[in-house]
Design a protein around this ligand. Structure first.
Ligand SMILES: Nc1nc2c(ncn2[C@@H]2O[C@H](COP(=O)(O)OP(=O)(O)O)[C@@H](O)[C@H]2O)c(=O)[nH]1
Ligand SMILES: [Mg+2]
Length: 447
């Protein structure tokens, strides 16, 4: 059922700036009337026609293609009008003003997709994927977003939902026949089901985790004492001279960031002020900011100068993952390099200046991102999807454990209900009647 929210919304749907064409999109019950007023010729639904777009006096604002989609067969599910005119900011603005004069109001960000969701044209994960597709910063991220948008992610969530529902139906029935309770719950079929569910959760999470990284990337902070070569490393990774490099201690005082993309994974590389005790207030502030960056990093690279090896006190939470990298490998001989690397348990030895070991470091960073090019069919996913999936998996594991230990099946039933609710958060579907319907239709218990 189409829930038209009453008002009609409009927006310039194409990008800002000059372009060959530009699109004004209108959605809502006024769309057909607006089409009658603006277009010089009557429109047939879903048929593109070349029109003059008219102002209130019948003068021509522009000429272009008009398209009318009649509810429910449109993106939003409402009546939708698309006016494709010339892509200049002024001319599009004039068309937009005309549409507003005729009763539409400017759409809020995402409002077309929101209406599509409310009208069951797509679920939440699909709506989010549209925005992720538009924002995607690499081919891999775009491909993942298209998969989610077309419903592949939602379908897999749905499949796990079905398994969960089947388990719930079975458990609720077992609880009803309480005389047979415990034996029924220890049935071997339960183990098979539980294992399948666990495996399916793991597979989906792996794909979604990779998708989330494709979308959001990883933040890697480079830390170390002054002159360790942090700014040189940022430049080497970014391939541009973004940060100032000198042999003067305390050159970098502010936080510098560069975004790089390795195999489609965006990495946010952050260069920071060198960690040392200083009386310079500007530098002190830089060091405070460096710690702040490290504190919110996905990973910290601690850079140590092979020719003057000092490990700085990071003073950040111990849970924040970090790796020691030895720099300036060109400045020392092989045996000193090996002994410094061993002393600091370094993962890699590089020369930021000569570009040695940078390829290896890039692969290392990719492995930190958990990037596995063998995982196929990655979906775009967001943090909230991962959180919901992990919550659902946790509740399911707890339920299964209780059942396998024959402990309080009522609590297990409740955990499974929570697991299902968490999955519903992903697609935005909260449909408790659904389960009841399934229970009733598959078990004609008759009481
Ligand atoms: N020989 C050598 N010098 C380096 C290397 N990396 C950085 N340097 C030099 O070390 C000094 C400090 O570098 P910089 O990147 O500014 O260090 P930061 O203070 O940690 O940001 C500069 O003179 C760089 O040219 C390296 O791999 N080898
Ligand atoms: Mg620096």
């Amino acid at each position: 059922m189409i829930q038209s929210s009453g008002d009609t919304i409009a927006a310039i749907a194409s990008g800002a700036g000059r372009a060959g064409i530009g699109v004004v999109r209108v959605s809502g019950s006024l769309a057909p009337e607006i089409a009658r007023q603006v277009c010089s010729e009557p429109l047939q639904p879903r048929v593109a026609s070349y029109q003059a777009f008219l102002d209130a006096q019948g003068g021509s604002l522009d000429e272009g293609i008009a398209l009318l989609f009649v509810s429910p067969n449109s993106f939003t599910g409402e009546d939708v009008l698309e006016l494709q005119g010339h892509g200049g900011p002024v001319v599009l603005d004039m068309i937009m003003q005309r549409v507003l004069e005729l009763g539409a109001r400017p759409a809020k960000p995402g409002e077309f997709s929101e209406r599509a969701f409310l009208n069951d044209k797509l679920d939440l994960a699909q709506a989010e994927a549209i925005s992720d597709l538009i924002d995607s910063s690499s081919v891999a991220a775009a491909q993942a977003a298209v998969r989610s948008m077309s419903g592949e992610f939602s379908t897999q969530v749905q499949l796990i939902q079905e398994e969960l529902i089947a388990l719930r139906v079975w458990l609720e029935a077992a609880l009803d026949f309480s005389e047979e309770e415990i034996d029924f719950l220890a049935e071997p079929a339960l183990h098979a089901r539980a294992n399948k569910l666990r495996a399916d959760f793991d597979e989906l999470l792996a794909k979604a985790e990779q998708g989330q990284r494709l979308r959001d990337g990883l933040t890697i902070v480079i830390a170390g004492v002054t002159n360790a070569g942090k700014s040189s490393l940022l430049n080497a990774l970014a391939g541009v001279d973004s940060a100032i490099v000198t042999d003067i201690e305390g050159t970098t005082r502010d936080v510098l960031r560069e975004q790089i993309t390795i195999e489609g994974v965006p990495l946010h590389i952050v260069d920071t002020a060198g960690l040392r005790n200083t009386d310079d207030v500007v530098e002190q502030e830089g060091i405070r900011r460096a710690r702040e960056q490290m504190q919110s990093a996905d990973h910290v690279l601690v850079l140590v100068d092979a020719s003057d090896p000092v490990l700085p006190a990071l003073e950040i939470d111990s849970e924040i993952p970090r790796t020691v990298i030895v720099n300036k490998s060109d400045k020392v001989d092989a045996s000193q390099l090996a002994s410094v690397a061993q002393q600091f348990e370094a993962a890699l030895q590089i020369s930021a200046k000569q570009g040695e070991g940078i390829k290896e470091l890039q692969s290392y960073l990719l492995s930190l991102a958990g990037h596995d090019s063998a995982v196929e069919g990655v979906f775009s996913a967001r943090r909230r999807h991962l959180d919901a999936l992990m919550k659902a998996r946790e509740s399911t594991s707890q339920a299964i454990e209780r059942l396998q230990n024959s402990q309080m099946p009522e609590l297990a039933a409740e955990e499974l209900r929570l697991a299902q609710q968490s999955l519903d958060e992903i697609t935005g579907r909260f449909d408790s009647d659904d389960l009841l319907g399934r229970i009733f239709s598959s078990f004609c218990i008759g009481k």
